[in-house]
Design a protein around this ligand. Structure first.
Ligand code: FES
Ligand SMILES: [Fe+2]
Length: 441
């Protein structure tokens, strides 16, 4: 349980708030590169700030304030020029650093006018990396975008899915420190969803020691360790011993807002205090003899937000996969979860460790230090390996035994996986609940 003040301090990300200041020490992805592959503009809201992302005719990208400093018209109508973005209303031209390059009528009236040198538009640094466009809203000098293993891996296919979840980012992240929900939400509730979908025959059963176990996967013990880049998780499941691989490293929570899952990152980008841009960045190992060009465009796909139907009822077809189930729990906790009313138990140990880590790092920022996972040394940023549980999905050779169950994450909607499923199982399989696929891990 937190006080109202503690809850606000941990969750709110606007300018000047303690968490907002901490979050401004990181680069955040704001779009997939393929969402702005040609000249044009895109609205972006990040950390409660309204901005316009653009690509100019030279191919360079920029990120400026939502409104033009002249008479406040929307820069979303901006015209990309060879360099910079020109406001549609009176033609003032802005470069990516926020400088005004032209004020046509002012210069007509007075060719020697210096007015343009005295107005600027708010602009933030942007970079393209790993198929995404990243923004940095913090103080200079900007750190490096971390080269996590997921982004740097060679010879893998990738795709990027995303959705806007109508709740605060912290709810999504706390879920990543909560292993116990897996046995309930992703198994017991999941089976109930299959009943509601009229397919009780597909109920999920855990595979243990090579045998089908009719009982669900059940936790006996959970453990968490803070490491250099976040928090690792371990667990003992019923029927195993600590000597078993089960008491091993699971998906780590990467500080402050990533989950490193098998073959993927889940990135929870705070749009504002009550909306999160949730990204599924997935890589797929290839079969023998298949090579993937590292610079090939990475496909982007929309994931439905799995919100309730207009009549307030669950939409069952959204709920047959882990991501639809997870996000339903997150947004029903409220815009910002009311942590004054929560009752934490042993199952929430990891949530408490994570909140403490957030507090320690907010304090570091307040003291003028860099928080965890701010990298400034290129030599230490070549390939940052994260500990992750064993297991890997291979899709390159597209054989039945290597196509995943699609229950995990948002892979139900992944174009790469849908194509593999079509080839292996046939097109009609895509219309069935995702539980109908063979479990491989
Ligand atoms: S409002 Fe943008 S140029 Fe006038
Ligand atoms: Fe989950």
């Amino acid at each position: 349980m937190l006080t109202k003040e503690e809850n606000e301090k941990l969750s709110r990300v606007g300018p000047g708030t303690p968490m907002g200041e901490m979050m401004r020490r990181y680069w955040h992805p704001i779009a997939a590169s393929s969402q702005l592959s040609e000249r044009g503009t895109r609205p972006v809201r990040l950390l409660c700030e309204d901005l316009v992302l653009y690509r100019d005719r030279s191919g360079a990208i920029g990120l400026v304030a939502q409104r033009c400093p002249h008479r406040r018209a929307g820069m979303i109508f901006g015209i990309p020029e060879q360099e910079g973005l020109r406001c549609a209303y009176h033609g003032w031209l802005w470069d990516a650093t926020g400088r005004c390059l032209e004020q046509p009528f002012e210069q007509t009236e007075d060719p020697n006018s210096t007015f343009k040198d005295r107005v600027t538009i708010k602009a933030y640094p942007v970079e393209e990396y790993a198929g995404m466009i990243w923004a940095y809203l913090g103080p200079q000098p900007a750190p490096l975008i971390p080269h996590w293993d997921v982004f740097e891996m060679e010879n893998v296919a990738r795709d990027i899915g995303a959705t806007v979840i109508p709740c605060n980012w912290l709810q999504c992240m706390e879920n990543s420190l909560d292993p116990v929900h897996v046995e309930w939400l992703h198994q017991y509730f999941s089976d109930y969803v299959l009943e509601r979908l009229g397919r009780p025959d597909l109920k999920r059963r855990a595979v243990r020691n090579g045998k089908r176990d009719e009982s669900v996967l059940k936790h006996e013990k959970i453990g968490f360790t803070v490491f250099d880049h976040g928090i690792t998780k371990r667990r003992v499941l019923v029927g195993s011993t600590e000597a078993d691989a089960d008491w091993a490293v699971g998906h780590p929570a990467v500080f402050p807002n990533y989950l490193r899952a098998i073959n993927a990152f889940q990135i929870r980008v705070p749009i504002d205090d009550s909306h999160t841009w949730h990204v599924w960045y997935t890589y797929y190992h290839q079969g023998p003899g298949v090579t993937v060009d590292r610079n090939a465009p990475i496909p982007f796909y929309d994931v439905p937000a799995a919100t309730l139907a207009a009549d307030g009822q669950p939409e069952w077809p959204f709920l047959d996969n882990n991501s639809g189930q997870d996000m339903s729990m997150w947004y029903t906790q409220g815009d910002i979860a009311d942590r004054e009313e929560e009752h934490l138990g042993y199952s929430d140990k990891g949530v408490i460790i994570y909140r403490n880590l957030l507090k320690e790092n907010m304090e570091k920022v307040a003291r003028g230090e860099d928080p965890m996972n701010v990298f400034r040394d290129p030599a230490a940023n070549e390939f940052i390996e994260l500990p992750v549980e064993k297991g890997s999905y291979r899709f390159g050779d597209r054989s039945a035994s290597t196509v995943s169950p699609r229950t995990g994450q948002a892979s139900k909607y992944s174009p790469i996986l849908r194509e593999a499923v079509k080839i292996v199982y046939g097109e009609e399989k895509l219309n069935e609940p995702v539980h109908s696929f063979t479990e491989t891990t």
